[in-house]
Structure formats: C-alpha cells, structure tokens
Design a binder for this molecule. Structure first.
Ligand SMILES: Cc1cc2nc3c(=O)[nH]c(=O)nc-3n(C[C@H](O)[C@H](O)[C@H](O)COP(=O)(O)OP(=O)(O)OC[C@H]3O[C@@H](n4cnc5c(N)ncnc54)[C@H](O)[C@@H]3O)c2cc1C
Length: 510
C-alpha cells in the first residue's frame, strides 16, 4: 500500500529518550510521534529526584556500577550498565550545554544529592525536585528548532513488518489512520504503570510500545520486574502523586497510624532500605489496617516548600500540609525494569526496530532499578540508538505491505479499569501462583479485543506469564509462595507472544 508519509527515522515517544534520539539523529529526517503535546504525557517531565552520575571527587563509575549491581539483585548486565554509567558525566555536560540549570554549590560545582542505595552523593538535580521538567523543556525547545525533526501528535497503533523487517508504523491521529514508511523505527514509549490501578506514571504509560513490539514478533525480557514506589501519596487520584525518596534521604520517617516507626524492625537501613523492601513493608502495614505515613515534620518541616516545592504543591492540592501532618502513602507501580530486549546500540530482535528508555530492557537495571538511573539511561540510550540509526542510514521503502488499518473503538473505560484492578491485586507488590494464574487467564480472553483494551490485555498477559514462570523472589518480583531467591533461576528470561502462549498451554497440560 501507499504510505501517507516517509521518514528516514520514525521515533515513537517524546520523553527524554525520544527527544534525545530525535535530536541526535541529525542530519537524517526524523518524524517524531507522540500521543500528547511536547512535555506532556511523559514520565520524564515528572522526575523529581534527578539524574545519577559519578561526578564527585570521591566517586567513580566502578562505585556507581557496584551500587547499580547491588540494587539489581543479581541480574544486572555489567556491560550494559557500565556503558551507560560511563557516559553519565558527558550526558550531564551535554544538558548543561543545552541550558539546563542544574543546582550548584556556592563554589560553582554541581550540587549532588544522595538517594537510598547510592553509596555516594551523585544525583544532579534542578530547582530541588523539578529536574525532569527542566530537562524536558530544554530538549523540547531544541526539537522545535531542529530543522530535521517533524512532529506529529498521533498514537502509534501497529508496526508494519515485511520479510521480518520493520518498515513502518500505523498511527492514529484525530480518528484517522496515518501510514508511515520508515528506514528505521525507534520505540521510546516509556513504561507500563497505567496497567495498574495505582501508579505514579502519566496516562500515556499504557505499555503501547511493548504491545506493538510483541505483536510484531519482537523478543521482550524480564517482564516480571516492576518497581513499586513505596511512597506514592495515598489519595484518590490517577496517577498517584509521588513523595520523592529524597524526603527519606533527608530524614523523613515512616510511621503507622499510632505514630510508631515500623521500618527499623524490618531492615537495618530502615527507611533507606531498598525500594522493594519498603514497598512490601507498607503493603503489609495497610493489609493489617495499621496504615503508613511519611512523617517529614521534623526532618524537613518549614523548609518543605523551598526544598521540595513539587511535592509540597502536590500535597497542597489534596489538602495535606506536610509541615504539620504526616503524608499518607501507599506503594504504586513506578518503573518497569523489563521491556523490549535491546542490545547496547538499542537494536531489538527485529531488524528495523530499535528501543530506548523505559520501554527497552538492556539488563542495565537487573531485577530492580537504582533510583535516578533511569533518566540517565533514557538520555544515554536515546543518543546511542540515534547514532546507530544515523550511521545505518536505511532509506524508507517506497511502498508498505498491505495491512489492516483499524482505528481504536470508543474507550471501554469499565473493562480497562477492571484489568487495572486485576493487575494491582494479582500481579502487584505481592504475588502468588493462584493469583497469577487467574489473572493470566482473564487477560488471555481479551488478547484480541480491539484497540486499547487488547493492547493492555496483551502486555498484562505477558507480565503475568513472566511472573508466573519466575518461581522465586528477586528485586521487584516477590512471590509469597517462593519468598526467597533461587540461584538456579538467576537468569534473564526472554519472551515472545508465542512463547507466552506455549508456556501457558504447557502449564495447563501439566
Ligand atoms: C513521578 C515520577 C518520578 C520519577 N523520578 C525519577 C527520577 O528522579 N530520576 C530518574 O532517573 N527516574 C525517575 N522516574 C523514572 C523516569 O522518569 C522514566 O523512567 C523516564 O523518564 C522514562 O523516559 P522515556 O523517555 O523512556 O519515557 P517517557 O518520558 O515516559 O515518554 C514516553 C513518551 O511516549 C509517548 N507515547 C506512549 N505511547 C505512545 C504511542 N502509542 N504513540 C505515540 N507516543 C506514545 C508518550 O506520550 C511520551 O511522549 C520517575 C518516574 C515518575 C513517573
């Protein structure tokens, strides 16, 4: 069929990974697709903590790698992590050159914050807790001025594959299909948080990139590893606002409804224990009716509005004054360590398809992400993938293979919400065989549902299947029926949609 548009490179997603890739792909012609206007709809714009980089005099890439490996619970791919961490100082310098005004010490050096599980102060931040937005604005300004980038506010609906190679994208714009022929396609669609009923992620984090890649036959990996942020503010809102970990770094404590700290009895690092440990502790507090609150009255107190302006604003919007009252908190889906299997250049198992940022999984984060390593990865991986696409310089095909061009039907809000609740209850912080089996069966019945419902069911099915297959607990994946890590299971597991169906059939036959 005839393509509506042609581009050397199509970048799907305009978070930090997509924007960086679009900029770095010059002079190739880039068509940048995003579901929402620039700087909206992306987790990148909401990042509060900052960007990790071994810059301080007492720090090194080796120390940063050691912390990354410790968080990753035995599954970090050293090469992938080392490649990103080594580029961190240069990535920060490139942002400074683009005008990002990182916070500075009085002597003019970068002010570096400390976060849980980082052995050194290495978090570069802007205006305290507004890092993501500042970086996004700088990158978006550059994209708007870049003559080689054309933007299209549209949602990718499927990938076009010819003889095993990705040759284009079908997108939906204002209720119309748009077919795009491309020399190469980079997926940078972010995470999966919105598959869950409680999440910190923006509405666009529906896992679209994973659904598109899986349906096109690509390999996905480590899908069961979802990080739940322990301290999302527990208010009726989607997404849930986040109370950054830096608050605990400043000394804020976790207390129950009687004012007792519960973390010291659970982990020697107390409130600064790994995220999964804190998330499970809060989960159990809530399940037992004791509640969980983040108490920053003493540690931050009157400094709250100036030190954490974003969190202060989020609290205020829900009638909470964190200077005088503890903040109610609950775990919420926050970051996906799994994703489309990608190598060090962002290449996937399908020729013509690249992936970068949260939608990809290179193994850098292993089974659990170290805080503030993900903006870094999105920055570095977006640039590296763009360089590979640029050098490869494959022309867009003149014509596209014939394919259906279905438009999304009206959104089935009730059934989508039901899927989200199932994910939260059965594929959430604490999992077990019975729940995962039930969830997977429900998702399986909706794999072919049209539109958003089918895409969500596809990714939910894959995550539940991967979680069922991993009969151990590791990093972000906790099975109450297999509560310990199992050395024999310490491998990264790749999945295709076909492999997930086969696994399910084998399980049913057994
Ligand atoms: C509240 C919050 C705070 C965080 N704080 C930090 C932090 O301090 N430090 C850190 O390192 N990490 C942090 N993270 C994680 C980090 O922000 C993300 O991992 C990172 O920003 C992901 O970048 P990305 O470019 O891959 O995706 P995103 O920034 O999420 O961008 C995804 C893009 O894809 C688009 N999109 C999605 N589906 C489609 C489709 N079908 N078609 C077209 N476009 C589509 C979206 O509109 C968006 O433009 C935080 C995350 C959240 C939610």
């Amino acid at each position: 069929m005839k393509a509506d548009r042609h581009a050397d490179i199509v970048v799907v997603g305009a978070g930090i990974a997509g924007l960086t890739a679009a900029l770095e792909a010059a002079p190739r012609r880039v068509l940048l697709l995003a579901s929402s206007p620039l700087t909206e709809g992306a987790s990148s714009a909401w990042a509060q903590g900052g960007i990790a980089a071994a810059i301080a005099a007492d720090d090194s890439v080796a120390l940063h790698l050691a912390d990354t490996r410790a968080a990753g619970a035995g599954l970090v791919d050293d090469e992938a992590a080392q490649a990103v961490l080594a580029r961190a100082p240069a990535a920060i310098a490139a942002l400074v050159a683009r005008g990002v005004a990182f916070d500075k010490e009085e002597d003019g050096s970068l002010a570096l914050g400390r976060e849980a599980a980082h052995g050194r102060r290495r978090i570069a931040h802007v205006s305290g807790d507004a890092t993501g937005l500042a970086v996004m604005r700088a990158l978006a300004d550059a994209v708007v001025r870049a003559p080689h980038v054309e933007q299209l506010q549209a949602s990718a609906r499927s990938l076009l594959v010819e003889s095993g190679r990705v040759v284009g994208v079908v997108a939906e714009q204002d209720g119309r299909s748009v077919t795009i022929a491309a020399g190469g396609v980079l997926l940078a669609t972010g995470g999966v948080g919105q598959l869950y009923d409680r999440t910190t992620n923006p509405l666009d984090a529906r896992g679209d990139g994973l659904a598109l890649a899986a349906r096109a036959g690509a390999e996905l990996v480590d899908l069961e590893f979802v990080q739940f942020h322990p301290t999302a503010i527990d208010v009726e809102a989607n997404p849930r606002p986040l109370a950054t970990e830096a608050l605990r770094g400043e000394g804020a404590t976790l207390i129950d409804r009687d004012g007792h700290r519960f973390m010291p009895a659970i982990d020697p690092a107390a409130e600064l224990a790994p995220r999964d440990v804190v998330a499970r502790a809060i989960f159990h507090q809530q399940a037992s009716g004791q509640g969980a609150f983040l108490d920053a009255r003493e540690a931050v107190g009157a400094r709250f509005p100036s030190r954490f302006p974003t969190v202060f604003g989020l609290c205020a919007a829900h009638g909470i004054d964190p200077r005088t009252m503890p903040i109610p908190v609950a775990p919420a889906a926050h970051y996906h360590m799994g994703g489309i299997a990608a190598d060090a250049r962002g290449r996937t198992s399908l020729p013509g398809l690249w992936a970068a940022g949260e939608v990809a999984s290179t193994g850098m984060h292993g089974a659990n992400r170290l805080a503030s390593n993900s903006l870094l990865e999105a920055l570095v991986a977006g640039g590296v993938a763009a360089a590979d696409l640029r050098e490869r310089n494959q022309p867009a095909p003149a014509a596209l293979p014939d394919a259906p061009l279905p438009l999304d039907p009206p959104r089935d809000a009730a059934r989508i919400e039901a899927l989200r609740v199932l994910m939260g209850n059965l594929v959430g912080v604490v999992r077990d065989k019975a729940g995962l089996t039930a969830a997977r069966k429900s998702f399986a019945t909706l794999l072919d549902a049209p539109g958003e419902l089918g895409r969500r069911a596809t990714v939910s099915f894959l995550i539940a299947t991967a979680a069922l297959a991993r009969e151990e607990s590791r990093g972000g994946h906790f099975r109450r029926d297999h509560p310990a890590p199992n050395e024999a299971a310490r491998t990264r597991r790749r999945w295709t949609l076909t492999a997930a169906h086969d696994f399910a059939r084998e399980r049913e036959a057994a």
